[in-house]
Structures are given as C-alpha cells and as structure tokens.
Ligand binder design. Sequence first.
Ligand SMILES: Nc1nc2c(c(=O)[nH]1)N[C@H]1C(S)=C(S)[C@@H](COP(=O)(O)OP(=O)(O)OC[C@H]3O[C@@H](n4cnc5c(=O)[nH]c(N)nc54)[C@H](O)[C@@H]3O)O[C@H]1N2
Ligand SMILES: Nc1nc2c(c(=O)[nH]1)N[C@H]1C(S)=C(S)[C@@H](COP(=O)(O)OP(=O)(O)OC[C@H]3O[C@@H](n4cnc5c(=O)[nH]c(N)nc54)[C@H](O)[C@@H]3O)O[C@H]1N2
Ligand code: SF4
Ligand SMILES: [Mo]
Length: 654
Amino acid sequence: MKQVSTVCARDCYDTCSLKVTLGESEQILSIKGDPANPITQGFTCPRGAKDHERLYENRVENPFIRKGEYFEKAVWEEGLDAVSRKLRETIEKYGPESVLHLDFAGNMGLLTTVFPKRLWNNIGATQTDWALCGKSGHDALALHYGDGYGIKVVEISSMNLIVFWGFNAAVSSPHMWALARKARRERGARIVAVDLRESETAKSADLWIRPMPGSDVALAYGIINYLIRNNYINQEFVKEWTIGFEHLKAEADKWTPGRTERVTGVAWKYVEQLGNAYGTLKPGTTMIGIGLQKCDQGADQVRAVSFIPTLLGLHRGFFYSSGSSFSVNESFISGRALTDKTSKIVNQVALADLVKDGKFKFIYISCMNPAMTLPNQHAFREGLSRRDVFVTVHETHWTKTAQYADVVLPAPTYLEKEDLVIPWGHNYVRYSKRAVRPVTNSRSEIRVMQEIAKRLGLTEDWLYEDAWNSVDLALENALEKGNSQTLKSGEMLTLKTKSENNYSTPSGKIEFYSSIAAEAGLNPMPIQPQLCIEKGKFILLNSATPEYTSTQFQEVYGAIPAVVAMNSQDAERQGIKEGHTVTIANELGQVQAKATISDTLPERVLWCPRQFEGLKENSLNCLMSSTPQEIGNGPRFNSTIVTVARERPKVFMA
Ligand SMILES: Nc1nc2c(c(=O)[nH]1)N[C@H]1C(S)=C(S)[C@@H](COP(=O)(O)OP(=O)(O)OC[C@H]3O[C@@H](n4cnc5c(=O)[nH]c(N)nc54)[C@H](O)[C@@H]3O)O[C@H]1N2
Ligand SMILES: Nc1nc2c(c(=O)[nH]1)N[C@H]1C(S)=C(S)[C@@H](COP(=O)(O)OP(=O)(O)OC[C@H]3O[C@@H](n4cnc5c(=O)[nH]c(N)nc54)[C@H](O)[C@@H]3O)O[C@H]1N2
Ligand code: SF4
Ligand SMILES: [Mo]
C-alpha cells in the first residue's frame, strides 16, 4: 500500500490536507484527512471522503465536438483546432473583448485556475470580477479596515465565545466547527448562532438568535447600543485605533430596545444575553459567514456586525476570509504583471443579460458550472444557446453547462495532477502531489492553454514558461520559511499573514465612519433598510448542504434534492402537505420542487438547498436576480421574493 499526500482543491473554508491510500494496482482505497494539518485534524467531510468514487463517474472521457443536437467524440487535435480556429476568427472579426473567459473556483489550484489565465491576459479577452461568492463582504470590510482579513482560524480553539453569524459552519466549514466544539469541550466556550432559521449550527449552539430576514444591521446596532449603555466598550482602544465613534454612537443610540425588537423580531432579553456574552466572555470571535452577505443589504450586514468585536477592543476580532492577509503575488502567475494589454472586466453576477444580448461571441468556461450557479438562468441559458455564440467547456465531468457547449474538453481532477492550493480560510500550505494517473484522456488546463496559444501563433515566452517558475516568484515574500522546493519535498509550510493592527484605510485607523465610502457616494456607515414582504409572498433562503460542493458530487450522492422547506402554518394556509409538488415562482421564472414541512423556519420564510435543478428542468437559479449589490457587486440570492403554490394534479375529462 502506498500513501500520497495532496490537498483538497475545492472552494471551501477548510482546504484540507489529505492522505490518499492506494492499492496494488494504484487504485484509490481511501481518502482521509491528514492529522498533521491542525485545521484538517485528521478527518474529511462527506465529499472529500468520496472523491475517488467521483473519479470514475460521469467523466468527460474525450474531447467532444457538437454536431447539431449531438456530440461527436473527437481526438485532441480536432478539438483544439476547432476551438483555436473559432477563437482566432472571433478576435479578427469582433475584437478580443468579444471573447469571454468565464471561470471560478471549482478547483482553486494555482496551476489549474491562475496560470492558464496567461492566455486570456495575453489576448486581452474579457474576464469577470469573480463577485459571485464573497466579494461584497470583502469590499464591505475593506471600507472600514482596509482589508477584510481577521483572526487566524486555529485561534478558534482558544476562544471563550464563538459567534457564528450568518454562517452555517457545521455544514459549510466542518473543520472550523470542530475547532469551536473543541473549545466548548475543553474550556467551556459558548457557541452562539445568529441565523434566520434553525440551521445545523443553530441546533447545536448554546444560544440561537433569529432575526427577521434583512434585519441584521438593526440587530448589530441594538447590540452596540447595549454594549455602550453597559460600559462594555473599550474606550482606550476606540480612542487609539478608531475614528468615527461619535457617528456610530449616534446611530446606535437610535436602536432602543423597542425599535430593535420591532425591526428584528428578536426579544430584547436575547440582545442582552448576547451583549453580556460579548462583554464578559473573552477572548471571543465573531465568525461572519459568506451567507450573511448574499442579500440586498449583505455588505451592510457584514459592516455592522464587524463593529461589535472592534468596540470590545479587539484588532480584527472577526473572521470572514483570510485571502487578503497573504502576500502571494498571483499577478506573476496569471500573467497580469507581464502584459500591457488590459482585459475588460465584467460583473459576474450580472452576466446573464450580457450573454443573452450576444455581447460575447466566444465563451471559454473552466472550473465553473455557470448554467446552474449563475443567477437569472433563463437569460443565461438563452445566451449560451445563441447560434452566434461559440461555447467551449473544459470540464472533469459532464455538467449542465457542458450540454450547452460546442466543444467539450476533458480535464483531470485534482487527484490526477500536481498543483499548489492557496487556502482562503487558514494559512497552512502543502504541495498537491498527483495521487493517480489520469483515468480519462484528459489534458491539464496549462497544457490546453499552451496548445491553443501555439495554434494562435502567439510567441511570447511567458506563455510557455514552466509554471513553477512563476509560482516561485509569486511566493517570494509569501511564506514564513521555505519555498516551492521545500513544499515539493512534502513539508507543510505556513503563509505569512499581515499584522492584525495594520489598517490600510486613508487614516491608517479603523474607520467606523468610512471616508472611502463617503468619497464613493456610498453610505459611510451601514444602514438598516425598510423591510416589507408583500402579503402572500415569501422570502426564499438557500444554502450549502453536506453532500455537495455547489453542484459537485451529484455523481456520488444523486441529484441535489429539489425540495423546499416551509413552516407548518404557511403550509396549512397554502393547502400544502409534506411531499406535495409545489411551484415556486416570481417575475423571473418558476421552479417545481417537493415541499417539506419544517418548523426550523419562521413563517413567510422558505429554504432550499442551493443550486438544484427543479423537477421540470428549471433550475433554482432561474428565480435569482442578477442585479448586483451596490457594494462589491455581489449576489442577492437570499433576498429572493417568491410565491409558492401547490401544483394541482391535472384532471382529465372524459
Ligand atoms: N442559488 C444560489 N446560487 C449560488 C449560490 C447560492 O448561495 N445560491 N452561491 C454562489 C457561490 S457562493 C458560489 S462559490 C458559486 C459556485 O459556482 P461554481 O463554481 O459554478 O460551482 P461548482 O458547481 O462547484 O462548479 C465548479 C465546476 O468545476 C469543475 N471542476 C472541478 N475541478 C476541476 C478541475 O480541476 N478542472 C476543471 N476544468 N474543472 C473542474 C467541477 O466539475 C464543477 O462542474 O455558486 C453561486 N451560486
Ligand atoms: N458542504 C458544503 N460546504 C461548503 C460549500 C458547499 O457547497 N457545500 N460551499 C463553500 C462556499 S463556495 C461557500 S461561499 C461557503 C458558504 O458557507 P456559509 O457562509 O455558511 O453560507 P451558507 O451555506 O449560505 O449558510 C449561511 C447560513 O446563514 C443563514 N443566513 C442567510 N442569510 C442570512 C442573513 O441575512 N442573516 C443571518 N443572520 N443569517 C443568514 C442561512 O440560513 C444559513 O444557515 O461554504 C463553503 N462550504
Ligand atoms: S470539501 Fe472542504 S471540508 Fe471537505 S475535504 Fe475538501 S476542504 Fe475539506
Ligand atoms: Mo462560495
């Protein structure tokens, strides 16, 4: 038996170090978490543990070229020739801006996702701002702190209070969740969940606070009001490290117990409980979920919540994402630093209408399944289906997006290639060794990009450079010690992190009243909007589930269940019973799903797993708005207003 050490490349808080055990004929026997990584702690999630099953299911085995309604198997030369010919034609006829490179974090490896951008940067193709996930939250924190990084997640285990706010860590970050439980077990830490529904995290928390959807800014101000009135504010810290406290106090003063209760629906006694926990259980941390910022006022919610630990005298006493704390210079790897050509950047959330309107004539998709995961699916799929748009998909598996392609090219999974994954949760890095020989006729992202570059007649050396040279350059100031050679020898290294009291705001301090926001014409401080869900309408929440990473793992666990959960009172009023097929609808589309009755949700709030395909081939995301948020251009998935009604069985008249 042989063991290979690699790293899970999925878009996940935890970026696990993995130990892959191989049998006699090099087949994978098991994938286990590596105990050497203090975050991974020797275990994986239900996905990581089954990745080897996914290796053999539903794979794109060969290049395929569309012939009318069908795909025809092709050899690599044909596939690459077809793609390159069309790419060259498109650039000549419509210019490089009409070429869209559409990618995301299906695999976060530098060699898979970053180095291949060299081609697109070289030709000046349009690219996206990657705003589909957490960008609004990042930009929100940057307004007040310069960057959005917070605590190091290993520190969770030494906390006495851990507040998960809009963060279902028990599902979305099983390893941070394990650290929190360890702190509770070993030092009696209290775990609090602030969530709109009784999530898995809320179920196991010591205190669960449930604001009404859209009211987290008010809740945060209410808590701040309580902290101020009860002298929990660290005045010295506020004086030395912050500006704008008087503005914040003036706003918080307005959030009296009565007003806070009215807007949030949270009884003041719970505000007091959380306020006292914040004031007395130290050290503490506030774990801000990406889920908190996927709504109309998402960025403002993140801003307001982040103020709480700051007022207690903590430098960056929250966690949102660690990415901005590292100094990995990816622009060397992506080639951005090597070219004068500019690429047009379009908003990823608002892409559907651009594609529908034929703004792009050639779309190259990699590491993303946008025909399931982008909002406003009707428009997006209509765009992909246009006859004047040529779509190439480089994929490991047959996805919904691949079905819209003109050419599909097979890619190796992370188990079939070497790479280096930079985490965005913690700062432990490890070389990803290839665990098995490719099981399909795949070619890596780098090889494919170089073959296309060759066919286009591009001659710049940096397109064909050994990718590890660029990784070395990018890591020059990034690691606490060692380099890519040390990593390749199998050692686990740590990334340097910026100091906790480094605030790159105009004043060099924490700005409660953000001067950057004021200058940009945005609200200098977070604002609680008026809330109103019209009678007869519902708000639809959707979040991650344990078996799937976005749309991946349907090969292992079956289709993402098309289910919608609703409160028993709502169900009764609507005449809906467990298992009924219901139609969820709004002005953008409609989706059919099975109802499940659950009092984990308050009235007027529905929940479903994110990104499913409905029972009648309409994806959940056809209901989602593609209007980006004002701050950071992020999505609004959790502000989706819908109606829900039972699908009446058809009655046939004789
Ligand atoms: N309704 C709704 N929609 C959402 C969200 C939501 O909350 N609600 N959340 C949004 C968020 S946060 C995110 S991050 C996005 C995720 O959106 P996507 O990134 O589109 O999600 P995935 O389904 O993980 O798609 C990644 C694809 O990459 C492929 N892949 C994996 N490894 C490799 C590789 O090594 N090479 C290549 N070429 N391909 C590979 C996988 O097979 C998969 O098809 O979805 C967004 N969409
Ligand atoms: N198992 C699994 N893990 C994953 C992923 C996956 O697909 N599957 N995806 C990864 C990715 S790409 C991402 S972005 C992260 C997302 O991970 P999280 O940030 O945990 O996001 P969600 O899964 O959307 O869960 C958010 C929780 O917040 C609640 N919530 C939603 N809106 C609000 C609000 O306005 N206020 C409050 N207080 N609560 C709210 C929801 O009810 C839900 O329980 O997870 C990562 N981890
Ligand atoms: S998906 Fe996340 S939790 Fe699961 S193995 Fe990968 S990194 Fe670890
Ligand atoms: Mo995400």
